[in-house]
Design a protein around this ligand. Structure first.
Ligand code: SF4
Length: 177
C-alpha cells in the first residue's frame, strides 16, 4: 500500500476530476475516497498487473495516451472526420461505470469545443460498444461528478461495504484483513 504524504484537505482542494474517479464513484465510494486521496493499492496486485498488460498490448496500431485536462484516453482515432475516443476494459462486468467514465471524457472534450464519439472496448470478449453523449448521459455524468466532490471532501473514508467487486479489488486486504 503506497500513501502519499499529502493531507486529505490538500488532496481535496487540488482534486481535478479524472475519468478514473468517475468510474470508482459508481463502483465503491470507499475506493473512490482512497484513490482521490492518492492512497494507492498494492501495485503487484494480479488484477492491476493484468489490466496494465491489457492496456499496453491491445490495439497497438492506434494512437494511444492522449490527455486532456488530466484525463487520459486509452485510444484515439478519427472516423469519417469525427474524433473517436475508446476506453479499454478487461471485462464488461461494470458496463454502466465504464459508460459513465467515457461519458465524462466526451464531456471534457465538449467543454473544450470538441465533439467526439466514445467507444467501449472489451478485447477479451471481442466486443465494442459505441457511446454517444446524450442529455441523459450528460445528466448522469454531472451526478457522478457531484458524488466525486462530496465523497472526496469527507475527512475519512466511508467504511468498507461488502460489494460484488470486493473479491477482485486491490484494496481487499486493507478492507477485510
Ligand atoms: S474491497 Fe470492497 S469495500 Fe474495499 S475498496 Fe474494494 S470494493 Fe470497496
Amino acid at each position: 500500500m503506497n500513501a502519499s504524504p499529502s493531507s486529505p484537505d490538500a488532496a481535496t482542494s487540488e482534486l481535478s476530476i479524472g475519468g478514473t474517479l468517475i468510474w470508482y464513484s459508481s463502483i465503491c465510494l470507499r475506493q473512490l475516497w482512497l484513490m482521490a486521496h492518492q492512497i494507492n493499492p498494492d501495485e503487484d496486485d494480479p488484477n492491476l498487473e493484468y489490466g496494465r498488460f491489457l492496456h499496453e498490448t491491445a490495439y497497438l496500431r492506434e494512437k494511444r495516451g492522449f490527455e486532456v485536462n488530466g484525463n487520459r484516453f486509452d485510444v484515439v482515432s478519427f472516423r469519417n472526420g469525427t474524433l473517436v475516443v475508446a476506453e479499454i476494459k478487461k471485462s464488461s462486468r461494470a458496463l454502466e461505470s465504464t459508460r459513465l467514465q467515457l461519458g465524462h471524457y466526451l464531456m471534457v472534450l465538449e467543454e473544450q469545443g470538441i465533439n467526439a464519439i466514445g467507444e467501449l472496448r472489451f478485447p477479451e470478449e471481442r466486443r465494442k460498444q459505441e457511446v454517444r453523449l446524450t442529455d441523459d448521459l450528460r445528466r448522469a455524468v454531472l451526478r457522478q461528478r457531484q458524488i466525486v466532490r462530496e465523497v472526496s471532501g469527507l475527512p475519512t473514508p466511508p467504511p468498507p461495504k461488502r460489494l460484488r467487486w470486493c473479491s477482485k479489488c486491490a484494496y481487499a486486504e486493507m478492507c477485510w484483513a
